[in-house]
Design a binder for this molecule. Sequence first.
Ligand code: COA
Length: 261
Amino acid sequence: MYNTLLTDLSDGILVVTINRPEKLNALNKEVFAELNLVLDEIVNNSDIQSVIITGSGVKAFVAGADIAEFVGLSAEEGIVVAKHGQGTFFRIANAPKPIIACVNGFALGGGCELAMSCHFRIASDNAKFGQPEINLGLIPGFGGTQRLAQLIGKGKAMELILTGNMIDAATALQYGLVNHIVSLENLLEKAKELLKVVNAKAPFAIEAAIKAVNASLDYSKKGFEIELEAFGACFSTADSKEGIQAFLEKRKPVFNRQFES
Ligand code: COA
């Protein structure tokens, strides 16, 4: 039914697998469009009680937004891309049914942001998290600057976003980014075990709880708006063009490190 997603519904739990393993499940336009379709299905299909999002293969959950689609974007186009990403991830965060991430490998950039938009996260022991956009001369644009700070605290978020360094599953657990670590083979089982407990509760209360817990965080629109503008502005720099091109050419970027107007 979908081109880039696999879906499997059993016992009220919909498993959504992002399925572009040859590109480490990078989020291109089609994945975003299909994620929005599956979100419609999640809301409208009463057989779905809760949802797991995971990645195909043993290497990656999602290795980021598809960098190939970033080539040549103007600042305005960058904002449009970020708005679309933020909008999709807001739909996940505000979904009336629990959506949890089973992080089965790299969760980088948009992949980390996707996992953070889910209601909570479980990781396999090979999982790796990071916001490496800085290496492309960019910043996280799909809610990452806001949600990472909310989840692990401003200091640690700042370090990860400014260095672009990755953290392993054990560090993610220590930081509170994930709730549990299990082996890759047990990842979906662990998630299903937890969701079975949740699925036995009253749906109205589940929806109300999600709404209330979300409201406990300062989802100040301003932070997200600042992120949009700043993400877009990065695309008007020569450094971001160099960072994106260097990734695609499999070489290290050479940044000129000058601020541009
Ligand atoms: N966008 C587009 N393509 C991506 C991608 C992304 N975010 N991440 C990986 N890929 C592609 C690679 O280009 C490669 O494609 P190819 O085989 O056609 O050349 C394929 O997925 C496999 O990735 P590769 O880099 O060869 O795997 P690796 O094991 O050497 O490295 C990573 C794994 C995750 C460290 C590396 O792929 C990476 O750094 N990805 C980008 C992460 C990133 O910057 N994300 C934020 C984007 S905003």
